[in-house]
Design a protein. Structure first.
Length: 573
């Protein structure tokens, strides 16, 4: 049987390399690993008790591949329910200015519970409604937290068959009043780089449009702007669903799921916003320049940091770098580490094998300034798929699994693939359990090679590490590196699982090829179901660290890691 194809057998050969080295038992502890601040739950979200949609725009990739500065620009929903602890967090973030985008009546009904030392300005993006200007007694005003009152508005959604787009779209069309307010906001942002926050009620529509304009002025990609906009759904869904359920007794015909969905922001809303700008003003750039009088240079001088990278380096999001010959190449820069400092951009990279790099890809590695590469594969894997990289990069071979006898033999590789496929056909075979056992052990080889990897990192050189698929061995190594930098366990898991996104298309191609090669259509879905990263895998690694060493900090000490030096080298000063 000939398994040589134009595909790289990435996930399968990587999985086999892991499975042939399995041993150890799964632990159970799943507590946080790194000594990171609990303020950030991910790259942007700041955890507050009184507001779920509070975010730092720091970390996005902007003009010249510089990053938006952390701790400078924040977006949120209303802040009326902040606790004393929340206010202490805002003080710790150094927040100086708040731009309230709500109508004055909204602000008066639910005033921000903020320190008097914070400079507060109301920049209402919507003119007051006549009903808000009446002399209605306070007792007669509608309580928008009362489910009985909210049921009247839910009825509108029912009348629109839960599609509110035609009702929402006009609010995403900039008016002269909105333009005047945005112009004033940009004037303040250009005048000083002191930390600023803008918010409306939910932190999604008025706040979303404002954030989109600010990010655009900083050169952030449209993909990231839309991603930031839609992120509100993740942080507000639970509250919206609870609100929908509370209405049900007063509106039994309400479809809770449909109504909750109707209250979420849609990509089409922001698309309508940009389309309306382009239709009326020619382009977003012209709108910023001519209508809002934005000083782009001043904005970027204030709110972008880092030395930047050449234009040849294309980020498809905050971490993923586009290469023709490798789909899972990522920059760890931008994650929030110890003391809420971010991991430096352009210093630490993770990837799959690099045998398929083009000359253009190799130039990108040169432009990134990569000085040293750690290859975590076996010798057989390296011989089968040798890296095609610039000669200027120092290469260190530090495998995390034992060398199999004659593992560079094509016949051995074929037999291993055959064995794995036969196992998948066995209804009693548990691939997940096998993979967990491959993560759930630490032997002398791993300790020795991780120790050497950290010795290399402590030299403060720009470093890339990779295995075959960039998933398992790279995932564990990355977990250790990020832990040493104080990145939270939740974020480490998110980084680990991102492999599934970047290798999704490849996985489908591979599953289709394998099904054809073995003339078994049922293999297609079976292979898809058993490829990729799973949270249980990386948790098994955390479990064995904690069961055998107590916690991650202790294990890093075993590896001889100089935490202070690592953070000095790789966190933004």
């Amino acid at each position: 049987m000939n398994i040589k194809t134009t595909f790289k057998l990435v996930s399968i050969s990587a999985m086999i390399a892991m499975l042939t080295a399995c041993n150890g038992e799964t632990g159970t502890t799943q507590t946080d690993v790194a000594a990171a601040s609990a303020t950030y739950s991910d790259e942007h979200h700041v955890v507050l008790t009184g507001e779920d949609n509070f975010r730092d725009l720091g970390g996005y990739v902007g003009a010249d591949n510089k990053r938006v500065a952390s701790g400078k620009l924040f977006r949120s929903g209303e802040l009326s329910a902040l606790t004393d602890e929340d206010r202490q967090k805002l003080e710790a973030l150094g927040l100086v200015r708040i731009f309230d985008l709500r109508r004055p009546s909204e602000a008066a009904s639910n005033p921000d519970a903020i320190s008097q030392e914070i400079e507060y300005t109301n920049f209402s993006l919507i003119n007051e409604l006549p009903s808000d200007l009446t002399d209605t007694d306070e007792d007669e005003k509608e309580d928008l937290t009362d489910p009985k009152v909210l049921a009247k508005y839910a009825q509108i959604a029912i009348d629109f068959n839960y599609d509110l787009s035609s009702w929402i779209y006009p609010s995403y069309e900039p008016s002269e009043h909105m333009i005047s307010q945005w112009r004033a906001i940009f004037d303040l942002l250009e005048d000083s780089d002191t930390p600023a926050l803008w918010h409306c009620t939910a932190g999604q529509d008025r706040t979303g449009m404002t954030a989109a304009l600010i990010l655009y002025s900083l050169g952030v990609s449209m993909d990231d702007i839309f991603s930031d906009y839609l992120m509100s759904n993740e942080y507000t869904y639970a509250d919206k669903y609870a609100q929908s359920e509370s209405i049900l007794p007063y509106l039994p015909e309400l479809d809770v799921d449909a109504y909750t969905e109707s209250m979420l922001v849609k990509r089409g809303y922001l698309e309508h916003f940009f389309t309306d700008i382009e239709t009326k003003y020619g382009s977003i750039d012209e709108f910023l320049s001519n209508e809002l009088d934005v000083d782009i240079d001043a904005m970027r001088e204030h709110y972008l940091v880092g030395e930047g990278l050449p234009s040849s380096v294309v980020y498809t999001d905050e971490h993923h770098i586009e290469l023709i010959g490798e789909d899972n190449f990522r920059d760890l820069g931008g994650y929030v580490g110890a003391d809420n400092k971010r991991v430096l951009e352009g210093k630490l990279f993770r990837s799959g094998e690099l045998s398929g790099l083009t000359e253009g890809d190799k130039q990108i590695l040169t432009d990134l300034g990569i000085e040293q590469l750690v290859d975590l594969r076996t010798k057989g894997e390296m011989l089968d798929k040798p890296d095609n990289i610039p000669d200027t990069i120092d290469v260190y071979h530090l495998p995390l699994v034992p060398e199999a006898e004659n593992d560079n033999s094509s016949a051995v590789q074929v037999n291993l693939v055959d064995q794995w496929v036969n196992n998948l056909r066995d209804p009693n075979f548990d691939n997940e359990a096998e993979m967990i056992s491959a993560y759930n052990y630490i032997d002398e080889q791993r300790i020795a090679n991780w120790t050497e990897i950290f010795d290399l990192l402590e030299s403060n050189k720009t470093t890339l590490w990779h295995c075959t698929g960039g998933q398992d061995r790279v995932g564990m190594t990355t977990a250790l590196v990020l832990s040493s930098l104080g990145v939270s366990r939740d974020v480490i898991i998110k980084d680990y699982l991102a492999t599934n996104e970047y290798l999704a298309e490849y996985g489908e191609q591979m599953a289709r090829y394998m099904a054809t090669m073995y003339n078994d259509e049922t293999l297609y879905q079976t292979i898809l179901d058993n490829m990729g990263a799973r949270e249980t895998y990386i948790n098994a690694f955390f479990d064995v660290v904690e069961s055998e060493y107590g916690d991650m900090d202790t294990f890093l000490q075993v590896l001889g890691v100089d935490i202070e030096l690592m953070q000095q080298n790789y966190l933004i000063k």
